[in-house]
Design a protein around this ligand. Structure first.
Ligand SMILES: Nc1ncnc2c1ncn2[C@@H]1O[C@H](COP(=O)(O)OP(=O)(O)OP(=O)(O)O)[C@@H](O)[C@H]1O
Ligand SMILES: [Mg+2]
Length: 260
């Protein structure tokens, strides 16, 4: 599914939040949105989800204006992704049952998908009985089970520790390679964007305006980001994080500095 933002402006009352965003996200492309807290990134996802309407301009899916939520476009959040009173299997199956898939088929698909995210054997556990990383694996299974054409991911791994986050990035990358959805990914983690994205859009503080785009489509996807050191420096510089050693926080972790 092609997603098009065409001169999109968004105001909440008098508050300008998005200042003229134009971008075409092609079928199967993963575009990461990076920018300071509060700049308008989640708002852009909500516009693509059809939960908000642009004040000016339009957001289109395959050339048709988005007028409301649709199951072909799934939102994935960092938490509250699973119903605590349902087992992992029921949580995943529910995404299909919402679309009127017969219960038996939904359960089979749920078991398959839980296996694909390495959760075979945990189908009958409740979310509170598994680790945070396992919960987020199940949340990915639930997001993918209905095979949406577009995934709108808002800090999906924000609540995880650094190591678990890396392994979840691997799981996500593998699922994307197999399923080829179009993905808009909001992340505070510059390394995560560099690892996963075909393209990174860096935004200014609110109202969100594009500062720069980085095209990374043709590089090998590896956690060794040494080949992208120049891009990383430039992104951090655009985000106002000192990278030249002249600032007291120059060595601080990028996501910590961004969260401030
Ligand atoms: N429904 C709403 N009504 C009024 N203001 C809103 C609404 N949604 C967002 N905003 C405002 O829009 C601005 C951008 O919010 P948004 O959630 O898009 O930022 P963000 O870039 O996702 O930030 P963060 O990185 O902290 O999640 C904020 O000032 C916020 O208060
Ligand atoms: Mg947000």
């Amino acid at each position: 599914m092609n997603l098009t933002f065409d001169h999109v402006h968004k105001h909440f009352g008098d508050l300008p939040v998005v200042d003229g965003f134009t971008s075409e996200i092609k079928t199967g492309e993963l575009v990461a949105l990076v920018g300071p807290s509060g700049c308008g990134k989640s708002t852009l996802l909500h516009l693509a989800a059809g939960l908000e309407k642009p004040t000016e301009g339009s957001v289109q899916a395959d050339g048709r204006a988005i007028t409301g939520p649709h199951p072909s476009r799934t939102l994935v959040f960092q938490e509250h992704a699973l119903y605590p009173w349902l087992t992992l299997e029921d949580n995943v199956a529910l995404a299909l049952e919402f679309q009127n898939t017969p219960k038996k088929r939904a359960r089979e698909a749920a078991r398959d998908w839980l296996a694909r995210v390495s959760l075979a054997g945990f189908e009958h556990y409740y979310p509170h009985q598994v680790s945070g990383g396992m919960r987020q694996r199940a949340a990915l299974a639930r997001a993918f089970v209905a095979q949406p054409q577009t995934m709108l991911m808002d800090e999906p791994f924000g609540a995880l520790d650094a190591l678990t986050r890396l392994s979840l990035q691997d799981v996500l990358r593998q699922l994307i390679a197999q399923e080829k959805p179009t993905v808009l990914l909001v992340t505070h983690d510059v390394d995560e964007a560099l690892f996963l994205a075909d393209r990174i859009v860096v935004f200014s503080p609110r109202p969100a305006r594009v500062l720069r785009e980085f095209n990374l489509a043709h590089r090998a996807k590896t956690h060794d980001l040494s080949g992208l050191a120049a891009e990383k420096r430039e992104i951090l510089r655009l985000l106002g994080i000192a990278v030249d050693g002249s600032h007291a926080d120059a060595d601080s972790d990028s996501d910590l500095a961004l969260a401030a």
